[in-house]
Design a protein around this ligand. Structure first.
Ligand SMILES: [Zn+2]
Ligand SMILES: [Zn+2]
Ligand SMILES: [Zn+2]
Length: 426
């Protein structure tokens, strides 16, 4: 590569914000200062949230997700700071069991027979042991995998995942209804005494089932900054949320009732700033993950054979195939399971929030784009562009983008660590 080529490549990568697979746009551009009109091609960052697809865009997304959560918990970016003193909870909702899986327990073996199972055979009808006495380490690849593949209800798991978002909506509706009841007003009048806002992120657990992590905040009437009524404490909100999670159910298309699992974890965030930082980082991390952190399960599948060939993990292959096969049955058409086979049937958005929880991804992106445009300080231009493909013309640019991004991130993290070590404020 000669010097000219090298500098062109560096420039392209820089303009795309170190994006690995930028989107190419082609169109007409008018320089608003000189009035010059020219045909132009332009690359813009792909904005893919997934770390395995684009490290640079995913890093920006993760930072935005962090701000989204933190500003909803402590105020900022348009959300009043008063929210920091409102009841705020971090809630984790899990899926029920669809078959025993290998797990780490504080005490005792991995899977033991329940009291009600005594007297039954230690082997399942497929000839596998029904128990596992091992104490697995936390990085054991068998964790989350079924004790017996045949006994694990993959179809049930996929159908549950497909309804997780609906179950969540029902839980929020139920919690709002309960709050109205406690406040002594009709459900439709809840807004006159209090409001309930949330942000949730979905995580796919190792066993292939959806887990929801939610940040919930109660505000007073009408305005986000208004204090909630005295009866609406963190404890009262926690009780309402727990009761709602236990109570709600939705009916699957096959008529089976679907509910949350036994484990409903509710943490009061109290007034600790450390809790806010921890929860924001936690949610931001999940927002950039794919189903299992691999490229294979990052995108939609186009055929059954593709799943068979690409997915190495036998449990994940069975789940993806179950989603594909169920998706081919007319009665499950509305669930669009084939489109979501890579997420084992989960059809929802990974990260969602109620309107008034905090700022939006769009507002944060717009702020960043304006900042970048100012830094470049080029003449203002305007134009209409059409999609013209993806990626760089020179495949070496992708490697370069990832290298630049890694270097920049490392430098930034070193600088941050140095500042923290010297005790200066962030
Ligand atoms: Zn990108
Ligand atoms: Zn085990
Ligand atoms: Zn079995």
């Amino acid at each position: 590569m000669n010097a000219e080529e090298r500098s062109r490549l560096l420039h392209e990568v820089e303009l795309s914000g170190n994006c690995s697979h930028p989107i190419r746009l082609r169109g007409e551009m008018v320089n608003l200062t000189t009035g010059e009109v020219g045909l132009s091609s332009l690359r813009v960052a792909c904005k893919d949230r997934r770390q395995v697809i684009c490290p640079a865009c995913s890093y920006a997304y993760r930072a935005d997700a962090w701000i989204l959560v933190a500003s909803g918990l402590n105020g900022g970016k348009g959300t009043p700071e008063a929210v920091g003193s409102h009841p705020r909870l971090f809630v984790t909702l899990t899926a029920p069991s669809f078959g025993a899986v290998h797990t780490v327990r504080a005490r005792g073996g991995c899977v033991t027979l329940r009291a009600t199972d005594h007297g039954t055979s230690p082997m399942c009808r497929h000839g596998s042991r029904r128990t596992c006495a091992e104490r697995h380490s936390t990085n054991d690849p068998r964790l989350g995998r079924p004790i017996c593949d045949e006994c694990f209800d993959v179809e049930g798991a996929v159908l549950w995942n497909a309804h997780a978002s609906r179950l969540w909506s029902r839980t929020v509706i139920h919690a709002r209804r309960s709050l109205a009841e406690v406040g002594g007003v009709a459900q439709s009048q809840l807004g006159s005494v209090a409001q309930l806002h949330y942000l949730k992120v979905a995580e796919i657990q190792r066993r292939g089932l959806i887990h929801l992590h939610c940040v919930l905040r109660a505000d007073g009437p009408e305005e986000t900054g208004a204090d909630p009524p005295p009866w609406l404490t963190s404890e009262a909100l926690a009780l309402v949320v727990q009761a709602s999670a236990r109570h709600v159910s939705t009916r699957g298309l096959d008529g089976r009732p679907l509910r949350w699992g036994q484990v409903v974890d509710v943490q009061d965030l109290g007034s600790s700033l450390a809790n806010v930082t921890k929860v924001s980082s936690y949610v931001a991390k999940y927002a950039t993950k794919t189903t299992d952190g691999s490229k294979e399960l990052a995108r939609r599948f186009h055929s059954r054979r593709q799943i068979e060939n690409l997915v190495d993990d036998p449990h994940y292959r069975r789940l993806a195939l179950a989603a594909w096969d169920l998706g081919g049955r007319p009665e499950y058409g509305p669930l669009r399971l084939r489109e979501h086979a890579h997420a084992f049937g989960f059809t929802g958005q990974l990260i969602t929030k109620s309107r008034s929880y905090s700022t939006t991804f769009a507002a944060l992106r717009c702020a960043r784009a304006n900042f970048m445009a100012q830094r470049r300080s080029a003449d203002p231009v305007e134009g209409t562009f059409l999609y013209d493909g993806r990626g760089y013309d020179d495949p070496r640019a992708t490697e370069l983008a990832e290298l630049f991004f890694t270097m920049q991130r490392e430098l930034r993290e070193e600088a941050l660590a140095a500042r923290l070590a010297h005790g200066s404020a962030l």
